[in-house]
Design a protein around this ligand. Structure first.
Ligand SMILES: *Cc1c(COP(=O)(O)O)cnc(C)c1O
Length: 382
C-alpha cells in the first residue's frame, strides 16, 4: 500500500477549519451590494495595519500591484534605477519596469538567500532612487545595514514582504522597516485569499493618500484624475475572507515555526545534515517559514526532486532561474556569472512541503523519502 501523498501546501485546510465563518462573510458581501472597496475593505485595512504595526494599509489587487503602486507613489519613474536581488519572484523586478525605471541587480547572501547589504552599496549610481529588499521565504533582510546604506545615498526602502507577513526584525514586524512595504494575499502566502489580493503599508500619510488615489485611476474625486493611475482595487469578497483569517495568522505562523523545527530535528536524526543543508534563521529575526527551503549538492537536486515527486511528496524549486538570466531581462545586459550566489542558489535549492496544518507523520514521510534517495544513490555509487 502506498502512503498518502504529502502536498507542498494544503490550500483548503484553512477553509475546512473556518468554513462556517468564511461562508457567512462571503454571503454578507454578496448581500451587501458593495463588490469593490467599501466598508469591508476599509475594515480589513484597519485590522491589517494594526497587525503590522503600521499607521496605514492600502488594499489592492495583488502583491504585484502593491509593488507598482508603492514605486509610483514614491515618484520612481523613467530614468531612475531601483536595486533588487536577482534571486526572488519575478514581480520584484517587473514592477520596477512597469513604472518605467530600470532594475539593477545586487547579489544575495548565500546563507539567508536575502539581498547582501554590501552588494547594494556597490550598485548605487547617481540615478538610484530606491532599493527593494525581499524578505524571502519568511525571513527579514538585514534591515539596519540596508537602511544605513539607503540613508547614506538618499534611497527609498521598499520592502517586498509578500512572503513574510508577521516576520520580525529585531522585534519589529515587517511593514514599517522601510518607507513602504508590499504584501501579497495569494493563496499560498502566510495570509491567503481565494484569488489575488495585496496591500501596501506605510507610516506616511501623504504616501497613503497617493496610494489610495493611484489604485482608483489616480482620482481622489470620482471622474477627476489627478494622476495617471491604475485599476488596482481590492474586492470586498477577498477583504471579508481575509478578515476572518487574520486573527488566526499568529497561530498559523507558530505552527509553521514548529514544523520547521521538526524538519530540522528529523534531518539531524536521519543523519542527513551532510547532504541536506537546513535553512538558517538569524537569531535577531523571527523567521516565519512561508517556505522551508533546503540546499543539496547541485548534481543531486533535480534527481531528488524527481524522486520526491515520484514518491507523492510535493516539492518545488523557488527559483530555477535568476532574474538577470531571464529572457525578458536580456536588454539589461547582464551575463551568467555576474551574480554567483544567486546562480548557485538556483542550482541547489528545493522547498519541502510546508503549511501550518502539516502533521509530524507527513514530515517524517518527507524526510524518509529524502533519506531513501540518498541510500539508493550511495548503493549505486558503491
Ligand atoms: C508572491 C510574490 C509577489 C507577487 O505577489 P502576487 O500577489 O502574486 O502578485 C512578489 N514578490 C514576492 C517575493 C512574492 O513571493
Amino acid at each position: 500500500m502506498t502512503p498518502d501523498p504529502v502536498p507542498l501546501c494544503d490550500i483548503n485546510a484553512q477553509y475546512r477549519a473556518l468554513k462556517t465563518e468564511i461562508d457567512a462573510a462571503v454571503l454578507r458581501v454578496i448581500g451587501s451590494g458593495q463588490a469593490i472597496l467599501g466598508p469591508e475593505v476599509a475594515a480589513f485595512e484597519g485590522e491589517a495595519a494594526a497587525y503590522c504595526g503600521a499607521d496605514y494599509a492600502v488594499g489592492c489587487g495583488s502583491g504585484t500591484d502593491a509593488l507598482v503602486l508603492a514605486l509610483h507613489a514614491l515618484g520612481v519613474g523613467p530614468g531612475d534605477e531601483v536595486i533588487v536581488p536577482p534571486f526572488t519572484f519575478f514581480a520584484t523586478a517587473s514592477s520596477v519596469c512597469r513604472v518605467g525605471a530600470r532594475p539593477v541587480f545586487a547579489d544575495i547572501d548565500p546563507v539567508t538567500f536575502n539581498i547582501d547589504p554590501a552588494q547594494i552599496a556597490a550598485k548605487v549610481t547617481g540615478r538610484t532612487r530606491a532599493v527593494i529588499p525581499v524578505h524571502l521565504f519568511g525571513q527579514c533582510c538585514d534591515m539596519d545595514a540596508i537602511r544605513l546604506t539607503a540613508a547614506d545615498h538618499g534611497l527609498y526602502v521598499v520592502e517586498d514582504a509578500a512572503q513574510s507577513l508577521g516576520a520580525e526584525y529585531r522585534g519589529t514586524r515587517c511593514g514599517t522597516l522601510g518607507e513602504v512595504a508590499c504584501f501579497s494575499f495569494y493563496p499560498t502566502k502566510n495570509l491567503g485569499t481565494l484569488g489575488d489580493a495585496g496591500m501596501v503599508t506605510t507610516n506616511d500619510p501623504g504616501v497613503a493618500k497617493t496610494l489610495r488615489a493611484l489604485r482608483v485611476h489616480g482620482s481622489e474625486v470620482k471622474y477627476y484624475h489627478k494622476y495617471l493611475g491604475y485599476n488596482m482595487r481590492l474586492d470586498a469578497v477577498h477583504a471579508a475572507m481575509l478578515r476572518v483569517k487574520l486573527p488566526h495568522v499568529a497561530g498559523w505562523l507558530t505552527r509553521r515555526q514548529e514544523a520547521a523545527g521538526r524538519y530540522d530535528a528529523l534531518i539531524e536524526a536521519q543523519h542527513l545534515s551532510g547532504f541536506v543543508q537546513r535553512p538558517v534563521a538569524r537569531p535577531d529575526r523571527r523567521h516565519v517559514f512561508n517556505q522551508y527551503v533546503v540546499r543539496v549538492p547541485a548534481a543531486h537536486r533535480d534527481p531528488l526532486v524527481q524522486h520526491l515527486k515520484a514518491s507523492g511528496v510535493g516539492v518545488e524549486v523557488y527559483y530555477p532561474l535568476a532574474l538577470h538570466q531571464q529572457e525578458c531581462f536580456q536588454y539589461l545586459d547582464y551575463r551568467t556569472g555576474d551574480f554567483p550566489a544567486s546562480e548557485e542558489a538556483t542550482r541547489t535549492v528545493l522547498a519541502l512541503p510546508m503549511f501550518p496544518e502539516i502533521t509530524a507523520a507527513q514530515q517524517e514521510r518527507v524526510v524518509s523519502v529524502c533519506s531513501g534517495y540518498l541510500r539508493q544513490r550511495l548503493r549505486t555509487a558503491a
